[in-house]
Design a protein around this ligand. Structure first.
Ligand SMILES: Cc1ncc(COP(=O)(O)O)c(C=O)c1O
Length: 434
C-alpha cells in the first residue's frame, strides 16, 4: 500500500471539512495540530480497534478520550442501546431509566447523596461551581494549573503574572472580569496554595481539583498535597469539588474519591458514566444539591439531559464493569503492557517513558524526576511525541493525538492486541529518535 492509499479518502474528507467547520473538526485536538499532518477519518470501530474510511485498521488507545472502558461497541451496551432505540430516544419528561442509573450510582458511592444528569463534563463542572457559589455566598473558585475542567468561561484561565493566584483569561472571548473570579495555583506546591488562601481565603467558594490530573499529561499528585489542599479549603470555609470526569468509574468504580478515601462536597462525572454517549453528572451532599432548581434557587436545565439512550448505555456499561470485576483486569493488563514497554524503551536507550495509573497511560519524553507540575514536562516533549505518534500511526496504532493527552486501555484490548501494539510502539520509538 502506498502512503496515499492508506489515507487518501481521509485527506479528501478533511479538505471538505476545513471549508465548513473551523479547522475541519468539532473539538480542537482532533485536528492533529499538536502532532501535525492530516487527521484520519474513521468509519467504524469494534473492541480495541477502529477502521478508517480508507479501510485501514488501527489499534485505538484514544478510546474517544476515555468513555469507552469496555471498548467500542461492547455487545451488552449495544443491546441496551438497541432496546432504548426500540422504546424511545427522548421524552423531555420523567422516565425510569435515569432513575435506575441514579439509584445505581447513589447506592454505591456514598458521597453522591443526590445527583443531576447533564450532557457534558463542561456542563457538570459549570453547574457544580454555580451550586458552590450559591451555597457559600462567595464568588471565587480556586483551580490548579494544568487541570482542565471543560470550556466554560470562568475555567478558561491561566496563571496570571501578578499576585498569588490571580488569573488571566486563556481564551479570546472570555472577559477578564469573568476570569478574575477564578484563582490559579500550581500543582504540587502546598506553600503556593497556602499563600492563595492567606490572601483570598474568605472569597473562595470552592477548590476544584482533578484528583488525578490527566489533561496535561498524567501529573500524579502526592497524597500529602491533596490532603493539604482539602485541609486549607475546609479551614477557610471553601467547598471541595472533585472533577472526576476522567477518573470517575475509570480508576475505580468510585474514582479517586474511593482510591483516596476522601469525601468531596461535590463531584463531577462524565465520559465512562455514559458508556460513549453524551452523559455527565454532578452530585454530592444532599444539602448542596437541594439548592438546585426546582427545589432551590440555583437554575440549571437541559433539553436532552438524562437522555434515555445514554442512561441505558451508561447503566449497561457500569453494570458490566462491576459484574466482570473490570478494574482488576484492566489494571493488570495495563501494568503488564506498560511495564514491558518501559523496560524495552530503557534497555534500548530510547528517549521515551511511560507513566500510568490504572488503565490510563501517558507516553512522554524521558525525564529524571516524576512529573507533578506542568513546568516539569520536558520542553522537547511535544516534538518528540509528534514523531513517535506518526511512526506509530504508520504501524496501525492510534494514540491520542497530542503529547499532552493520555491514552486509555479498555477491556477489549486483549493481551494479543497489546502485545502487537507494544512491538509497534517500540519500533516507532526507535524511528522517532532525533
Ligand atoms: C477532568 C475534565 N473535566 C471536564 C471535562 C469536560 O468534559 P466535556 O468534554 O464532556 O465537556 C473534561 C474533558 O476532557 C475533563 O477531562
Amino acid at each position: 500500500m502506498t502512503p496515499e492509499s492508506k489515507t487518501g479518502l481521509s485527506t479528501e474528507y478533511f479538505d471538505r471539512a476545513v471549508r465548513i467547520t473551523p479547522g475541519g473538526v468539532h473539538s480542537p485536538v482532533r485536528a492533529f495540530k499538536g502532532v501535525g499532518g492530516t487527521p484520519i477519518f474513521f468509519r467504524s470501530a469494534q473492541g480495541g480497534t477502529m477502521t478508517s474510511v480508507d479501510g485501514r485498521e488501527y489499534i485505538d488507545f484514544c478510546q474517544s478520550f476515555g468513555p469507552l472502558i469496555l471498548g467500542h461497541r461492547d455487545p451488552d451496551v449495544s443491546e441496551a442501546v438497541r432496546e432504548a432505540i426500540d422504546t424511545a430516544w427522548s421524552f423531555g419528561a420523567c422516565e425510569p431509566y435515569s432513575l435506575e442509573l441514579a439509584e445505581w450510582i447513589t447506592s454505591r458511592l456514598p458521597w453522591v447523596e443526590m445527583l443531576r444528569f447533564v450532557s457534558s463534563g463542561t456542563e457538570a463542572v459549570m453547574s457544580a461551581l454555580r451550586v458552590a457559589r450559591a451555597a457559600t455566598n462567595r464568588n471565587r473558585i480556586l483551580k490548579f494549573e494544568g487541570c482542565y475542567h471543560g470550556h466554560s468561561d470562568s475555567l478558561l484561565v491561566k496563571a496570571g503574572s501578578g499576585l498569588a493566584g490571580e488569573a488571566a483569561s486563556s481564551s479570546a472571548g472570555v472577559s477578564n472580569q469573568v476570569a478574575s473570579d477564578t484563582l490559579v495555583a500550581p500543582l504540587d506546591d502546598e506553600n503556593a496554595v497556602r499563600e492563595v488562601f492567606n490572601r483570598h481565603g474568605k472569597e473562595i467558594a470552592a477548590v476544584i481539583l482533578e484528583p488525578l490530573p490527566a489533561n496535561y499529561g498524567l501529573l500524579i499528585q502526592r497524597r500529602e498535597f491533596i490532603d493539604e489542599v482539602i485541609k486549607l479549603a475546609r479551614a477557610n470555609g471553601a467547598l471541595v469539588v472533585f472533577d472526576e470526569v476522567i477518573s470517575g468509574f475509570r480508576v475505580a468504580l468510585g474514582g479517586m474519591a474511593e482510591v483516596l478515601g476522601i469525601r468531596p462536597d461535590l463531584v463531577t462525572y462524565g465520559k465512562v458514566i455514559g458508556g460513549g454517549f453524551p452523559v455527565a453528572a454532578y452530585g454530592g451532599r444532599k444539602d448542596l444539591m437541594e439548592l438546585v432548581a426546582p427545589v432551590g434557587p440555583v437554575y440549571q436545565a437541559g433539553t436532552l439531559s438524562a437522555n434515555p439512550v445514554g442512561m441505558r448505555a451508561g447503566l449497561a456499561t457500569l453494570q458490566k464493569v462491576e459484574r466482570v470485576n473490570a478494574y482488576a483486569h484492566l489494571e493488570e493488563r495495563t501494568a503488564n503492557f506498560c511495564d514491558e514497554l518501559k523496560a524495552r524503551l530503557k534497555e534500548q536507550g530510547l528517549p521515551f517513558r511511560v507513566t500510568l495509573t490504572a488503565s490510563i497511560f501517558w507516553l512522554h519524553s524521558t525525564t529524571d524526576q516524576p512529573m507533578r507540575r506542568i513546568q516539569q514536562i520536558p520542553s522537547q516533549n511535544a516534538d518528540a511525541f509528534a514523531k513517535i505518534f506518526h511512526a506509530a500511526l504508520d504501524r496501525g496504532i492510534y494514540l491520542s493525538p497530542s503529547g499532552y493527552e493520555v491514552n486509555f486501555v479498555s477491556l477489549a484490548h486483549s493481551d494479543e492486541l497489546l502485545e502487537r501494539a507494544g512491538k509497534a510502539i517500540l519500533e516507532a520509538a526507535a524511528l522517532a529518535v532525533p
